[in-house]
Design a protein. Structure first.
Length: 289
């Protein structure tokens, strides 16, 4: 069976944005590493002649407009990660709409245009309790989403959701509806013998033994295109750290030193391209005229 493409995507946020960290960081103790990490990731993609999708926070776009311009100038897809990295669990319809519009203003200020059609919710917070987010995304001009984690874990996830690209039903995110308003490109979770194993990147890229991660990802892409994610702060060797509980410390900081080598191997072994290219080529979306 011919292998499918992988979309190695990047959630462009700083080290203090993640849900497990942000409450432990004082506002005057936020040394930014997002620029350094993103520039290094862009250099990595250039070396491998690979293209990607960057889910950028509007706050980052507003502070670093030249970073947004470089992403687009080098042929990558620009997509939305919201504005402030506030999870949908903490928003309602109108505050979510405001986040999306603030994001679009920041992008337009940086580029003079707004090419964004894709979205990923902070902390994968699109789930059964926040399914209303799909309607808001559609209203605000988005055509695809990559927020659904098809496995329930500690913080997030939609149990029973499809593993491949689908259109979520408005009344049940785990059900495909051919008439659904948005296309969903869920992050990669491999199923073997009835058990689901995340191979989506991030913590799972770091925590799983390398041979397990690589074997599971190879099996996944033999069946369907893969959606992977990494954060720029995971790439930065001297990323600031805060005191968390034992479990949250493990989730946040375990094996960060392994990320560069593992990304190099993914890019060397798999054909990586932007989400929008995969979705258009597979017929899930049509290119705008």
């Amino acid at each position: 069976m011919t292998s499918q493409s992988a979309s190695l995507t990047f959630d462009i946020e700083d080290w203090y944005h993640p849900e497990l960290v942000r409450a432990h960081v004082a506002k005057d103790d936020r040394r930014s590493v997002v620029r350094q990490g993103t520039m290094d990731l862009l250099d990595l993609l250039r070396r491998h002649q690979a293209r990607s999708t960057f889910f950028v926070l509007g706050d980052v776009a507003a502070q670093h407009p030249d970073l947004v311009r470089r992403i687009v100038d080098e042929g990558h897809e620009l997509a939305s990660h919201g504005f402030s990295h506030t999870s949908l669990w903490r928003l309602d319809r109108e505050s979510f709409r405001a986040e999306l519009r603030d994001f679009r203003r920041a992008v337009k200020d940086a580029l003079g245009a707004d090419p964004v059609v894709g979205f990923r919710a902070p902390t994968f917070s699109l789930d059964r309790t926040t399914a209303w987010g799909l309607e808001v995304l559609c209203d605000e001009g988005f055509t695809y989403d990559s927020s659904i984690f098809p496995l329930k874990v500690k913080l997030y996830g939609v149990a029973g959701a499809p593993l491949g690209i689908y259109r979520p039903a408005a009344d049940d995110l785990a059900r495909h509806d051919p008439a659904g308003s948005l296309v969903e490109f869920p992050v990669a979770v491999h199923e073997f013998a009835g058990l689901r194993l995340p191979v989506a990147g991030g913590f799972y890229l770091r925590a799983l033994p390398r041979f397990v991660f690589e074997a599971a990802l190879a099996a996944y892409v033999r069946q369907r295109p893969a959606s992977l994610f990494v954060h720029p702060w995971e790439w930065v060797a001297d990323v600031p750290r805060v005191n968390l509980g034992a479990v949250d410390t493990f989730i946040t900081y375990h094996n960060l030193h392994a990320v560069p080598g593992r990304l190099e191997r993914i890019l060397s072994r798999h054909r990586c391209e932007p989400m929008i290219d995969i979705l258009e080529r597979s017929g899930h979306l049509r290119r705008a005229a």
